[in-house]
Ligand binder design. Structure first.
Ligand SMILES: C[S@@+](CC[C@H](N)C(=O)[O-])C[C@H]1O[C@@H](n2cnc3c(N)ncnc32)[C@H](O)[C@@H]1O
Length: 227
């Protein structure tokens, strides 16, 4: 079922004749560019954007910003410094446009980056978040387009690097968050977290009635004291 849902989401996102060029979400209108993960075909973006504990006056790094809904919402909710990165050039441009559209371009920096690669090694954030590409496809899966990368993570390579490298960019007391789902590979995520000495703490859940059988979860990855 998981793979079928992933493929269905991919097809919806790829159907340029039915994709809108803008959408309404969380009380605002947003630009949507072709090839960028569209928050209109599933609930993840709106749930995570509503659940993230934005720190007033704090800084936030969004990995994989897509259209920029989370990054812009963070800035509008009191974060004084937001960096939004994405591996997709179209997503970076989409985030830039939505930051401009909502008047927060002074606080939202956009950057094309494979996870943390393009950040300055000294960059630190109070909160790091990724609404992840949580579907773990079969071994023969090919990431043909950026949209594939927005939905699938073969072998959980990107998840592995996210858990491994985030700590270098967390400010003291900073929080590492992950937007995940029961469509993701729980077992593999648990193993990766253990390898990095992290514990997975569930913060929020949609339950399984909003979308029958699908649960969106906001997780926090914490280093237990003494580790
Ligand atoms: C599920 S989409 C979420 C998009 C957006 N944050 C939202 O909530 O609507 C995952 C995003 O992660 C990005 N992504 C996937 N792998 C990445 C990587 N290695 N580095 C940076 N971004 C990545 C994708 O391009 C996509 O925009």
């Amino acid at each position: 079922m998981t793979l079928e849902l992933g493929d269905k989401l991919l097809r919806l996102n790829q159907a340029s004749e039915t994709r809108p060029s803008s959408f309404h979400l969380l009380g605002r209108e947003w630009d949507l560019l072709d090839g960028v993960f569209a928050p209109v075909y599933c609930f993840s973006t709106r749930l995570f954007a509503s659940w993230i504990p934005y720190r007033e006056g704090g800084s936030l790094l969004e990995i994989g910003s897509g259209t920029g809904v989370v990054a812009v919402t963070a800035a509008l909710n009191g974060c004084s410094r937001v960096t939004a990165v994405d591996i997709s050039a179209a997503a970076v441009e989409n985030t830039r446009r939505n930051a401009l559209r909502h008047g927060v371009e002074d606080r939202v920096r956009t950057l094309r980056s494979d996870l943390f690669a393009a950040l300055d090694p000294e960059d630190r954030y109070d909160t790091i978040f990724w609404n992840s590409s949580f579907i773990d496809p079969p071994a023969d899966h090919v990431q043909e387009t950026d949209l594939h990368r927005a939905i699938f993570d073969p072998g959980y390579q990107a998840h592995r690097a996210y858990l491994r490298d985030a700590a270098r960019h967390l400010a003291p007391g900073g929080r590492l968050l992950l937007g995940f789902s029961n469509l993701g590979n729980d077992e593999r995520l648990r193993t990766l977290a253990e390898e990095e000495g992290l514990e997975i703490v569930p913060l929020e859940s949609s339950g399984t009635t909003l979308v029958p059988g699908v649960e969106y979860r906001l997780l926090e990855l914490v280093s237990p004291p003494g580790k």
